[in-house]
Design a protein around this ligand. Structure first.
Ligand code: CUA
Length: 152
């Protein structure tokens, strides 16, 4: 028994789409370097917890060590100079939380046992609220903070 003509067409379409998706994944991973957040291999939660806040690591380069728990983010307010490239290293002290900064591309899930790392260059003076965007319990809605981008 042979396939209906439309059946054959749809089978080829589906097969073709799977092929295109596989190619897209290969290009994303191999060519564009898009990966799951791998986190920092050098930092442990204890390193971050003992030195939360902003650290200057070079001209116009900063790192923010941040912890997150059901009690909230630490620090809750981060002051950064405008134009600086800032890397955030975030560790969870209890369960899965999120870190999302409004009006930026910063968005990462913070998984216990794993240091999340995201970077951003703040080009304009202003304020960005950040918050937990993974539902984490009854205090989820209280988990907010503020990044203030200041004149140099
Ligand atoms: Cu932490 Cu939602």
């Amino acid at each position: 028994m042979s396939n209906n003509r439309y059946e054959t067409i749809y089978l080829w379409l589906v097969g073709g789409m799977l092929f295109v998706f596989a190619i897209a994944i290969a290009i994303s991973v191999g060519g564009l370097g898009i990966n799951m957040p791998t986190g920092s291999s050098e930092l442990e939660l204890e390193d971050i917890a003992s030195a939360t806040g902003l650290h200057q690591i070079g001209p116009n380069r900063y790192e923010v060590y941040m912890t997150v728990s059901e009690a909230g983010f630490e620090p809750k307010v981060v002051d950064v100079p405008v134009g600086a490239e800032v890397s955030f290293f975030i560790g969870s002290e209890d369960i899965i939380h999120g870190f999302k900064v409004e009006n930026t591309t910063l968005s990462v899930v913070v998984i216990p046992g794993h240091i999340a790392e995201v970077s951003y260059t703040f080009q304009q003076v202003g304020e960005h609220q950040f918050y937990c965007h993974e539902y984490c319990g009854t205090d989820h809605h209280t988990m907010t903070g503020l990044i203030r981008v200041n004149e140099d």
